[in-house]
Design a protein around this ligand. Structure first.
Ligand SMILES: [Zn+2]
Ligand SMILES: [Zn+2]
Ligand SMILES: [Zn+2]
Length: 161
């Protein structure tokens, strides 16, 4: 009958699309420098975040999963594969490891006052050195081991060239 057809038309309506966006836009991310809110912008090279204090504050952040990437995300990258470095959980000690660990990059860097230690390179092949524990204490071995067997003694937490 006629009334049945009417009901179907009503439910065919598309649900609102904007519903999911609201929760995201209400969250405020403060500028790391002046604490004003960061604003999401779309530039030529993609989405980024700019400080609402512009032009007085020129802070910008890259976008990462819909959030402004923090300074740490930006500046600490694996010197070998350029993936971001991740700080190890406190209980595991003070060091940073490559976020590509599961993909085969075993780079770790010691933590020095909240930043990853400067990477040291093998004088023979230019690859990164890694601090290792051996029979005779800690030493620095080439990350290309066993292809490159170069190693250096540890002196004050850095390789002795
Ligand atoms: Zn700012
Ligand atoms: Zn890496
Ligand atoms: Zn080497």
């Amino acid at each position: 009958m006629d009334s049945d057809a009417q009901d179907h038309k009503q439910t065919d309506k598309q649900p609102g699309v904007a519903a999911g966006l609201d929760t995201k836009s209400t969250k405020v991310f403060p500028c790391p420098q002046c604490k004003k809110a960061l604003q999401r912008k779309e530039g030529k090279r993609g989405v980024f975040w700019a400080c609402s204090g512009f032009p007085h504050c020129k802070v910008t952040c890259n976008d990462k999963d819909g959030k402004p990437a923090t300074r740490d995300d930006e500046s600490f990258r694996c010197p070998v594969c350029t993936r971001p470095l991740v700080r190890a959980p406190k209980e595991r000690g003070d060091y940073w490891f490559c976020s590509g660990y599961s993909k085969g990059c075993k780079i770790t860097l010691a933590d020095v006052r909240g930043v990853p230690e400067k990477a040291w390179r093998c004088r023979e092949c230019g690859s990164l050195l890694q601090k290792r524990k051996g029979k005779h204490g800690e030493f620095w071995g080439c990350s290309q081991y066993p292809e490159c067997k170069t190693s250096y003694r540890d002196k004050d937490n850095r390789p002795e060239f």
